[in-house]
Design a binder for this molecule. Structure first.
Ligand code: UDP
Ligand code: MN
Length: 337
């Protein structure tokens, strides 16, 4: 290449790169705003009595109170949004039934120092207030656990786990650890189990309206997107492979009765191990396997993205409250071995 040509190329780059960056910068808020106008499908049930009920109180859900969003799935599971439910009815029902909840959370390596304190403190303020809650904290450094003052009816158990060197393995082996502790402990003490990522903070009621036999969460970044943009695992060699599905669920929050969560975590772990034997890894690790499982075993209850919102998305008219927020992610410092 001659010097002149090379010079022309460099000048072209100098000219086009800033322009491209400007265009991306200018249209990204616009793209976000437009997403708000892509409507969700709508619930076609006339009354909540027609839902497949997780409990009798579900018949009191007001499916029509939120015409702006989808309030039930085609398999008649409720999708829970602010304005649809009376929190007192759920709290009273679960108190009188004697429901209790296990919360599992992993804080391995630097995630402990970065997130656990805020996560647990905020959970004390907002998660299943009024019900007995047992925290199951999985960590490689039990001695470093923050000192948290727990309310009455609430307790904390620590489970020591090995630190995998790859963050993907830390994330994926959670499935095995959860299923083990359900078998050894949770099933004898708790009705429900909820499993959380630690890099989040509760900011509003995350209450008993979220309890059900099998509970999945709509991913905040995908609930307005057309299905072909969902990032399912598309590798036919993976056990998580799926062509299409119902929703894109977020693995940062899932739950249900101890029996359902045990079945889910066991199946996902099995899929993950089979993939390892075949030298494949699903695109989004445990989340891809969770999505596959939920396609084959429909959740009985779906949580709206209020239950795990990312403020980076910006304003959305259908998010009237935020109950749990993504904490800032500092992957560069947290994920390095
Ligand atoms: N995790 C951990 N230590 C690690 C990597 C992951 O404790 O080194 C746990 C932690 O609970 C975290 C979850 O696994 O929230 C999932 O990982 P991450 O939050 O980084 O995944 P992302 O939110 O990006 O999907
Ligand atoms: Mn996370």
């Amino acid at each position: 290449m001659g010097n002149l040509q090379r010079m022309k190329r460099v000048l072209k780059c100098l000219f086009f790169v800033p322009i491209t960056l400007c265009v991306i910068y200018l249209i990204s808020p616009f793209v976000k705003l437009v997403m708000d106008f892509i409507p969700m499908e709508k619930c076609i049930l006339e009354s909540a009595k027609m839902l497949n009920l997780d409990s009798s109180v579900d018949a009191s859900l007001n499916l029509q109170s939120r015409p702006d969003v989808q309030t039930c799935t085609y398999w008649k599971a409720a999708i829970i949004w602010e304005g649809m439910f009376d929190p007192r009815l759920y709290d009273d029902m679960h108190k009188s039934k004697g429901s209790s909840v296990a919360l599992t959370v992993f804080a391995v390596g630097r995630y402990l120092d970065a997130y656990l304190h805020k996560f647990l403190n905020s959970s004390e303020q907002h998660f299943m207030v009024g019900l007995p809650v047992t925290y199951y904290v999985f960590t490689d450094m039990p001695e470093m656990l923050p000192d948290i003052k727990l309310s009455p009816l609430r307790s904390l158990k620590v489970i020591k786990v090995k630190k995998n060197s790859r963050w993907q393995d830390v994330s994926m082996t959670r499935m095995k650890s959860i299923s083990d502790v359900i078998e050894s402990d949770i099933r004898h003490h708790c009705t429900y189990v909820f499993c959380f990522d630690v890099d989040q903070v509760f900011t509003g009621r995350f209450g008993s309206e979220a309890l059900g036999d099998s509970v999945a969460l709509l991913h905040a970044h995908y609930y307005h997107l057309p299905k072909h943009l969902y990032t399912y695992d598309r590798n036919p060699n993976s056990k998580a492979y799926m062509e299409t599905g119902d929703f894109y669920y977020h693995a940062a929050v899932f739950g249900g009765s101890w029996k359902s969560v045990k079945a889910l975590t066991e199946a996902c772990y099995q899929g993950i191990m089979e993939d390892k034997q075949n030298n494949v890894e699903a695109l989004w690790h445990d989340e891809s396997h969770l999505n596959k499982y939920m396609l084959l075993h429909k959740p009985s209850r779906v949580l709206s993205p209020e239950y795990c919102w990312d403020t980076n998305i910006g304003y959305r008219s259908d998010i009237q409250v935020t109950r749990l927020l993504w904490a800032p992610k500092h992957y560069e410092t947290l994920r390095t071995p």
